[in-house]
Design a protein around this ligand. Structure first.
Ligand SMILES: Nc1nc2c(ncn2[C@@H]2O[C@H](COP(=O)(O)OP(=O)(O)O)[C@@H](O)[C@H]2O)c(=O)[nH]1
Ligand SMILES: [Mg+2]
Ligand SMILES: [Zn+2]
Length: 313
């Protein structure tokens, strides 16, 4: 039995990288994988909100990112087992992700701090590390860049996120390249922020289709359909069209404050303070003092309303 990792899936055919030899092979999934017995501690159940206490049988298909065993049978490689997943994203459909690289551009489209806050809440809730890359720094003035840097410095300092500034049409610094070392990284961000261009700049000789090239081919905006992991710097990188759903649908309202890490250093009079109308709220005081970025608190209030709205149905 051999061990490998799925790096691509198209039309039921899996591309698997052998863990020992790094050979790339094609494989199919065995039917029995669809009915795996799981106990209550299985990571395959973690994404479900209602956890069952008994042993369960679920329908399971291998997905990109999975560690699997496979064997040759009558000239065809079959995936025989899937190892437990460290984590699992739905859209993009990929597992065992070490970090998400969030790309935001300075302009076209403009950097949306609300979207950044939304990503940070979702990724914190899923316990996935995040690196933020700001692209297209060559398209703004020094003053405009300074404004972005001032605001982003708040995130670096108070949320401890790793931050990089790039121009993907130019050579990238080695410290940007080093963030990918031995890790599985998934790029995410709005369409047009420069995800494909960034990968092209990282990997010499690579040419993923970017918006420019796809418009020239008359294919419109959505150039990246399914996920594929590319080998880079001892790890793997995946380019995605962005997260399918950015709704905070399985979020409990009481959990929302915990995903705003910059709020945690302030003390409130009441335990479980939601930082809204409560008296003696350290967070609201910090907003008034200018210690918390006003847009952070605006995002917080917006997400509270959204979670309330979703819970109504
Ligand atoms: N000037 C400049 N243009 C960029 C940069 N990154 C991407 N672009 C351009 O922005 C457009 C969208 O890039 P693309 O990589 O297709 O974005 P994606 O949709 O996120 O994959 C293309 O026209 C790129 O050439 C950058 O750092 N500087
Ligand atoms: Mg792209
Ligand atoms: Zn409070």
């Amino acid at each position: 039995m051999k061990k490998g990792r799925i790096i691509k899936l198209i039309g039921g055919l899996y591309t698997v990288m052998d863990l020992e030899t790094n050979d790339i092979i094609e494989a199919k999934a065995r039917g029995k994988l669809r009915f795996m017995k799981l106990d209550k501690n299985s990571s395959f159940l973690k994404s479900k909100t209602k956890r069952n206490t008994s042993v369960q049988t679920i329908k399971l298909s291998p997905k990109v990112g999975d560690f699997v065993t496979y064997e040759l049978n009558d000239g065809i490689n079959y995936i025989t087992d899937i190892y437990e997943r460290k984590n699992s994203l739905i859209r993009p459909d990929v597992s065992n992700v070490d970090q998400i690289i969030l790309i935001f551009s300075c302009v076209s489209p403009n950097l949306s701090y609300t979207l950044l806050d939304r990503f940070l809440v979702l990724l914190d809730a899923n316990d996935i590390d995040v690196v933020v890359v700001i692209s297209k720094i060559d398209l703004v003035s020094i003053d405009e860049l300074q404004q972005i840097q001032d605001k982003m410095h708040y995130y670096e300092k108070n949320i401890k996120i790793k931050l990089f500034y790039v121009n993907s049409l130019d050579k990238l610094d080695d410290d940007v390249k080093s963030i990918f070392k031995d890790k599985v990284s998934i790029l995410s961000g709005q369409s047009g922020v420069g995800k494909s261009s960034f990968i092209n700049a990282l990997i010499p000789g690579f040419s993923l289709r970017t918006q420019e090239t796809s418009q020239a081919l008359g294919r419109g905006k959505h150039t990246t359909r399914c996920i594929e992991l590319y080998q880079y710097n001892g790890g793997l990188i995946g380019d995605t069209p962005g997260f399918g759903s950015l709704e905070l649908y399985d979020m409990h309202i009481e959990d929302l404050p915990t995903h705003f890490k910059d709020f945690k250093q302030y003390h409130c009079k009441y335990r479980g303070c939601m930082h809204l109308k409560e008296p003696g709220c350290g967070v609201k005081e910090a907003v008034l003092n200018g210690d918390i970025l006003p847009s952070r608190y605006e995002s917080y209030k917006l997400f509270i309303e959204e979670v309330k709205e979703i819970k109504k149905y």
